[in-house]
Design a protein around this ligand. Structure first.
Ligand SMILES: [Zn+2]
Length: 282
């Protein structure tokens, strides 16, 4: 499913040779991202989401028209707007190119699930609401996590599967634990740092948990990223930011506001250095 397009890599290596680093850096206030879409009604919201973000929202049980609909629409809009309308359209188009759609589907839960994503055919983010856990499904954490998977899949679809070896280099001797991820081990001894425990599962969840906390808890994430002992978490976050910039030529400054935002030339140099490092240690 994933197409390796290594000519892109060749192109950016050639381009990077002429990139000039710039000193200026700016920060982005992440408190200011609010409503972009029309949430006056579920119908208007769904229509607006397709036009603004290229994202198809399916609401078969009309939950958005229900009692909690307004704040669910606000949270969906908030998360999509963090990536910016232009960026989300590029992600949606990555799937439209293969006659697929980027869908957000609001469903009732079959058991105790919260949300999941499938991407083999259409890119479906399924969000379950009214769960027994009392989480009410559509939260910034659940949607931020699944959107993290979505943008990662879109990047790999276009660029090729480069993320797994890079994420492994960040984790040093640690190896992903799959189903055993919750077994306790000494994080300091291994040197790997995760957004939270679920990131130990595999590299997909390592990536999605970083996005989840960036989106749902940016203030505490900023504090962790500023702490020198979390350098590995910072490196992962910077890699994901630079990867998305490289693949989509569009900034997600609001998502990555807990980091200091770089200039375009700096994005490229850091990203290429990481790739070079990854391939030379094989
Ligand atoms: Zn996940």
């Amino acid at each position: 499913m994933i197409k390796k397009r290594l000519f892109i890599l060749t192109t950016i290596i050639l381009t990077a040779a002429f990139a000039i680093p710039a000193a200026a850096a700016v920060t982005v206030p992440y408190e200011t991202y609010g409503v972009t879409l029309d949430i006056s009604s579920a119908g208007a919201f769904i229509d607006d989401a397709r036009i603004t973000y290229g994202v198809v929202i399916q609401d078969p049980h009309e939950k958005l028209a229900g009692i909690n609909g307004k704040w669910m629409m606000e949270d969906i809009d908030y998360c999509l707007a963090l990536f910016s309308p232009g960026f989300m359209k590029k992600v949606a188009e990555a799937y439209a190119d293969c006659d697929s759609l980027f869908n957000i589907i609001i469903e009732t839960p079959p058991d105790n699930e919260i949300g999941y994503i499938s991407w083999r055919e259409d890119l479906n983010i399924v969000l379950y609401i009214d769960t027994e856990r009392g989480i009410n499904g559509v939260t910034k954490a659940v949607l931020g996590h699944e959107l993290g998977h979505a943008v990662h899949y879109a990047a790999e679809y276009i660029f090729g599967n480069l993320c797994e070896p890079v994420m492994e280099t960040f984790n040093g001797p640690y190896r992903y634990m799959g189903e055993d991820y919750s077994n306790k081990w000494d994080i300091d001894e291994q040197g790997a740092i995760f957004a939270y425990d679920y990131g130990r599962f595999n590299y997909y969840e390592d990536i999605a948990t970083v996005f989840e906390l960036l989106i749902a808890d940016p203030v505490s994430m900023a504090a962790r990223l500023a702490d020198a002992k979390n350098i590995v978490l910072r490196q992962k976050t910077e890699f994901l930011r630079d990867l998305l910039y490289e693949v989509f030529s569009d900034e997600c400054d609001a998502v990555f506001a807990p980091l200091v935002v770089r200039t375009p030339a700096e994005y490229r140099i850091v990203f290429l250095n990481r790739l070079m490092y990854c391939f030379t240690i094989e």
